[in-house]
Write a protein that binds this ligand. Structure first.
Ligand code: ADP
Ligand code: G3P
Length: 498
């Protein structure tokens, strides 16, 4: 009998990846394809929905072929995806009516100001767990219905489908036979009630969204259907769906309340499992559905940072002081400290806990002695300090101190960034052997539904640490850096006009 593997599809902001995982949670093959980022106007970010699909199916097919060549049986697939990114397509033809509006897109910041001014903040927070911000899908979807000719009338007639990226992928994988999402993705739309687990009629009315264009909301781990005949040489069951940060929390096996992970990708996303009860934040964090599994809902608190590893990309592409992302580490290590330089990487505004769409990137404390090394070090510190602000807010909401942080994502490969993070937090930072935790989480969710694992107890033993970082900095020094950072954040805020 051939060995079974699960195919995880990880549709991220900058690339589509596919990874094969075996029953031990080991990576048995990876393929990745970048796709275009479209910036039609300042503050706008779009993707071509066809490129999302074609890049994702391309890498998936590559791995299905690899599995066949190696005698592995693809028992099923799980999907994890960039969240909030908003797509609308024709039900009859599957053709998109507009580009995907990406989570980073700020075009609806003014609409969010209007919602706040009209007093909708508390209702939205109570129902969805979210703060009012252009980050989420609702205002993006409304924008498409308001700006694409005839779109709202067509949506009302049931001719259009709205989906987050998971929905778009499942639709295409099944040849339009399944129009579904999972509760974790739905909880990022600002249209979904995280208590009733249904689309919320009041919010649909507020954003003028016809219910006919919404997908059916399913659990994060169940067999939804199989791939259509033309997708792979033989049909593959689709059995898991979760937003990427939720899948990473699962893949890090943060399955008990109080466990925390942070993913250092384009942005940084810190999530704490809060168990069966939603915790409404008093500190501008998000309450979100972690996943739904076996008829039970798990909730999480989340702090989102828009610019994490993207700040390093800016050093490469904007400033040109490095050629490759990993070179930031040697450059930052060439100096003992940032020499008083502070970089607030608010390049697309500030997310949690500030939620200031009008903040902008700010570099302060430059002297004649400042070198590229100091800027590089300040960049790593700026990423870590944003995470510290979120940890503080999360500790206040949870009423308990964090004991350790599990890390993952591309930039967590940086030993220096992880040491800086640990020094500033003052507690253990643990990097697991598998950094592909997002994809692994999707594979676990699918494999559980398919019976590849008997239950979470079986996978719980699969997490193992690659490196434990322990604090080395004196607390007074960390406190001084933190105080200077707060001053710099204040100066970065409310910088550009509405
Ligand atoms: N060795 C490294 N040191 C520091 N940063 C890195 C390193 N490798 C990758 N990065 C950063 O990690 C980010 C990519 O992480 P990834 O998890 O692939 O992102 P995403 O899923 O958001 O596309 C990039 O922003 C890059 O700058
Ligand atoms: O694609 P990533 O890894 O940058 O994650 C994007 C997040 O899901 C946005 O909320």
């Amino acid at each position: 009998m051939s060995e079974k593997v699960i195919l995880a599809l990880d549709q991220g902001t900058t690339s589509s990846r596919a990874i094969l995982f075996d029953r031990r949670g080991e990576n048995r093959g990876l393929a990745q394809k970048d796709f275009r980022q479209l910036f039609p106007q300042p503050g706008w970010v779009e993707h071509d929905p066809r490129e999302i699909w074609e890049s994702q199916i391309g890498v998936a097919r590559e791995l299905v072929a690899k599995a066949a060549a190696e005698g592995l049986e693809v028992a099923g697939l799980g999907i994890t995806n960039q969240r909030e990114t908003t797509l609308v397509w024709e039900r009859a033809s599957g053709a998109p009516i507009y580009n995907a509006i990406v989570w980073q897109d700020r075009r609806t910041a003014g609409d969010c100001d209007a919602l706040r001014a009209a007093g909708h903040v508390d209702t939205i927070r109570q129902k969805t767990g979210l703060v009012v911000d252009a980050y989420f899908a609702a205002t993006k979807l409304k924008w498409i219905l308001d700006h694409v000719p005839d779109a709202r009338a067509r949506a009302e007639r049931g001719e259009l489908c709205f989906g987050t990226v998971d929905t778009w992928l499942v639709w295409n994988l099944t040849g339009g036979a399944r129009f579904i999402t999972d509760a974790s993705n739905a909880s990022r739309t600002m249209l979904f009630n995280i208590h009733t687990l249904d689309w919320d009629e009041d919010l649909l009315a507020l954003f003028e969204i016809p219910r006919a264009m919404l997908a059916e909301v399913r659990e994060s781990s169940e067999v939804y259907g199989t791939t259509a005949a033309n997708i792979f040489p033989s049909p593959v069951p689709i059995a898991g769906i979760a937003g990427d940060q939720h899948a990473a929390l699962f893949g890090q096996l943060c399955l008990s309340p109080g466990m925390v992970k942070n993913t250092y990708g384009t942005g940084c996303f810190l999530m704490m499992n809060t168990g069966a009860q939603p915790v409404l934040s008093e500190n501008k964090l998000l309450t979100t559905i972690a996943w739904t599994l076996g008829g039970e809902v798990s909730y999480a608190l989340e702090g989102s940072v828009f610019i994490g590893g993207a700040a390093i990309q800016w050093l490469r592409d904007g400033l040109g002081i490095i050629d490759r992302a990993e070179e930031v580490n040697a450059l930052a290590a060439s100096v003992a400290d940032s020499g008083g330089v502070v970089f607030v990487p608010a390049l697309t505004g500030l997310a949690a806990p500030h939620w200031d769409a009008y903040a902008r990137g700010t570099i302060l404390g430059i002297t004649r002695g400042t070198t590229a090394g100091h800027i590089a070090r300040a960049t790593l510190e700026g990423i870590a300090l944003q995470v510290c602000d979120i940890v503080k807010a999360m500790e206040a909401d949870a009423g308990a101190r964090c004991a350790e942080l599990r890390v993952d994502g591309g930039a967590s490969a940086s030993d220096l960034l992880m040491q800086i993070q640990c020094d500033l937090l003052g507690f253990k930072t643990k990097r697991p052997k598998t950094l592909e935790t997002t994809a692994l989480g999707a594979a676990y969710l699918a494999g559980l539904a398919l019976g590849l694992w008997s239950g979470v107890a079986e996978i719980q033993t699969q997490w193992s640490v690659e490196r434990d970082f322990v604090p080395q900095m004196l607390r007074e020094q960390a406190d001084t850096i933190s105080r200077t950072w707060q001053k710099a954040v204040a100066r970065s805020r409310d910088w550009v006009g509405e």
